[in-house]
Design a protein around this ligand. Sequence first.
Ligand code: OGA
Ligand code: NI
Length: 364
Amino acid sequence: MVVSAPTDYDWAKEVKEFEDTRAGVKGLVDSGATKIPKFFVHPPEKLHDQPVAVRAMPEMPEIDFTGVERGGMRRREVVEQIGRAAREWGFFRMVNHGVPVSTLDAMLAATKRFHEQPTEAKKELYSGDATQKVRFTSSGPTRCTDVACWRDILTCFHTDDTLDPELIPQVCRNEVQEYVKYMIKLRETMSELLSEALGLRSDYLSSIECLKSEALAMLYYPSCPEPNLTMGNAKHSDTTFLTVLLQDYTIGGLQILHQNQWVDVPPIHGTLIANIGDLMQMITNDKFKSVEHRVVAQPIGPRLSVACFFLPNSKRMAKPFGAIKELLSENESPIYREFLCHEYFDFYKNNYGLVTPALPHFKL
Ligand code: OGA
Ligand code: NI
């Protein structure tokens, strides 16, 4: 259903006033707002879209990475588990993943520290320009048919695994650098395991360079005075190849769509969540699934999370991706046309507010 443009108030003015504060959603909460601005109000069919029931069971798969090193005792078992999870759920929880709990805790604390600085310290970084390597934003809508989500984001884009440390705010610099170092290490492991789970040689995904940059999103979901009217993060699938998510241990609110049911993904201290992105679904010819998920808005907060989105390196970004040839056969032809990553992102951006993913539009 198409959301009609609100006519009873000056939408553009309200958005502009919000954006001009450069203080994000947290700024609204700090100013004592008891009502949320209208551009945060999601249409009822998106808030309460079918299916409505959230059931606790079945639970998302949990995979223990112990013994997964090359030649390790459990490598084959874990490859099998990852393959099944990527095909059936598109999501899985990782334990004993090699990132120290102290590093995870420090990363969440740094995320909180950045967002809880006075506005003065953050507003320089407030920007809607997605080409900026480091930016603070709340993603205010740019069209009146779009709605905003109840959260602020600091993004640190590591192109080809690197980012000039000087660009990272000092309050979180060391933690971001340490965390990304471990994300790169974990990515190497996951890249091999996912390749093997597809029946390909271990270095296959590494060789096509699809996981060689990181967009690190440090998310802050303030408590919401009217949580039933908005979303922390609206239903979406990730437009990347792979995502590793760290959520705080107290609040929760992440839900994934599994077999047409919203399933809660409760936070568990020390664990990380992995999920397949749209671009991975396309190159694996639908073998791995990019699954829709959302974060509900809550009267308590702040909720913190850190999403590490893996993307190709800059060289590979310039070339088209297509279905992995080795996965095709006489009986299996490509489902999607070849695509440039930017083409996909642009399509998504220009259709922001779509309730369905952009993926079907790339079908042959
Ligand atoms: C995202 C996302 C989930 C979370 O940023 O794409 O799905 O728990 N985040 O913050
Ligand atoms: Ni997501």
